[in-house]
Design a protein. Structure first.
Length: 189
């Protein structure tokens, strides 16, 4: 099974979905390591509770030297034998160095139907625009933020009376299914 490292910054529900998917005997990947750039990320304890090694590699001590921070993360991923990287709510923009190091083997999940709404506050913007549909995208990571080749998308309706919490929950349920499917497709080639 292909070894995957998962990068997180917070809650880690997409990370958990990947860990659960990897429990299926026919799943082509396993989660070898979880790394958070935030020591307080709730996802770290969730990973450990599921028996997955989880490290905090804080960005703060590296200050503005993002590449040095990434080199520490990259070293941890390689030491764990990772062949692929999944960004699961990793909220730091990557430098070209890390993007190139994992080209074709790093994927991201984003809570919109790209190319609509790259960046932050995707659901707030969709609601403000009066959209009738939202969704999520899994894509290969390239140096343009939220721009890489799309591996899959899932849609969710925006219903009358939706607030951000309701829409977030509806899209998140789709994210959890889509991420594992796209990762499995990628590692199967
Ligand atoms: C998810 O909705 C993910 O799509 C989004 O952050 C959330 C993380 O939740 N990612 C981005 O916005 C990336 N720019 P999680 O920690 O529960 O998986």
């Amino acid at each position: 099974r292909a070894k995957v490292g998962v990068l997180i910054s917070g809650r880690g529900s997409n990370m958990e979905a990947l860990i659960r998917a990897a429990e299926a005997p026919d799943c082509p990947f396993e989660i070898a390591l979880v790394v958070s750039n935030k020591p307080e990320a709730a996802g770290l304890d969730k990973a450990r509770a599921a028996g997955v090694t989880a490290l905090a590699i804080d960005g703060k001590p590296f200050g503005k030297d993002r590449e040095a921070h990434e080199k520490a993360i990259d070293a941890a991923l390689r030491a764990a034998g990772c062949e692929y990287v999944a960004l699961a709510g990793y909220m730091r923009i990557l430098t070209p160095w890390l993007v190139e190091a994992w080209a074709g083997r790093m994927i991201n999940i984003h809570p919109s139907l790209l190319p609509k709404y790259p960046g932050l506050d995707t659901h707030g913007r969709a609601l403000a625009a009066g959209d009738v549909e939202a969704g999520c995208t899994v894509h290969l990571v390239t140096s343009g933020v939220d721009e890489g080749p799309i591996l899959g998308q899932a849609r969710a309706p925006i219903l009358p009376g939706d607030d951000e919490a309701a829409l977030t929950a509806r899209v998140l349920a789709e994210e959890h299914k889509l991420f594992a499917k796209c990762l499995a497709d990628l590692v199967r080639g």
